[in-house]
Design a protein around this ligand. Sequence first.
Ligand code: ATP
Length: 337
Amino acid sequence: MTARRREGAEDGSVSGRGERQRSLSLAAMETGIEVSEVHKRYGAVTALDGMTFTVKPGRVTGFVGPNGAGKSTTMRVILGLDTPQRGRALVNGEPYRRLRHPLSQVGALLDASALQPGRSARNHLLWLAHSQGHGAKRVDAMLEQVGLSQVGRRRAGGFSLGMRQRLGIAAALLCDPPVLMLDEPFNGLDPEGIVWIRGLLRGLAAEGRAVLVSSHLMSELEDAADHLLVVGRGRVLADTPVSALITAASRGRILVRTTEREAVMEILAGDGATVAVTGTDVVTVTGLAAARITELLNAAAIPFSEVATYRAGLETAYMELTREAVEFHAEPTEAKR
Ligand SMILES: Nc1ncnc2c1ncn2[C@@H]1O[C@H](COP(=O)(O)OP(=O)(O)OP(=O)(O)O)[C@@H](O)[C@H]1O
């Protein structure tokens, strides 16, 4: 990290300073995470089986997969906390152990409970900050940024899980790193906290940082992730931009919102469309243009409140993506009428 970036960090803001943002964008050109062919076994258990991906600057990369897929193990390998039998993981082009000033290069939240319970949140951050050459000003700015200013002098051991997650995020951001890696940061957050963290992640990526965030709930990453790494059984199953995933899952369908679902289905199917029920008052239609749908419904005097391009949610897109990868799944509801 350049001296300029560390000076910038002392002003306490993570965003909004043109000068620092420019230097961050320059630094970002050579930053990110590279994981290549990592194999990790714990006795008879294969945790990672050729895990390979890169996390690029300027975007939020969601790291998703079921319990036991290997997300946390990958993050531990990246941070040098676990040694793989094969493969390598680099942060900003170097193995973690070779990084100079590692906390200024990558900020990580792995386990929000890893703190001294008797220490106040502020003292926890001060202790970290002093070890890295930062002062109280930076600590107070971080407490403010994560919404813990009011409780900064309270014992962290008495914090709820959501408050501990916020404290862990403050610690990860403390040294203004260009790479962020957060393991399940949504855990324990209330709805307002989830909205807050989505905004925070987007802001960090917009500043040019590489952001890797794991979750086993796709819905948490909605409106936050730009890119998705779907993992299962220790390897990457899909490595895709979220927009491409959603476009593919939307498949040019048209959404019709109506209280007369049966009548709509009958008349549209009669004109050659494939119609599926996707909500209590929603059907999605393939094979007919929106204009033709409106024309048919108007001609038959069937009421509707909306005819629009259907956009699949992230959860639906994920289900479609992993449909072939799961052994058993429910029969699709879509039917040619
Ligand atoms: N220290 C360990 N000793 C033995 N097995 C381990 C160890 N750490 C992880 N594993 C095993 O490795 C596999 C991958 O676990 P990991 O925690 O990386 O998955 P994950 O995707 O992070 O899951 P979750 O979403 O539940 O956090 C699992 O089968 C797990 O039981």
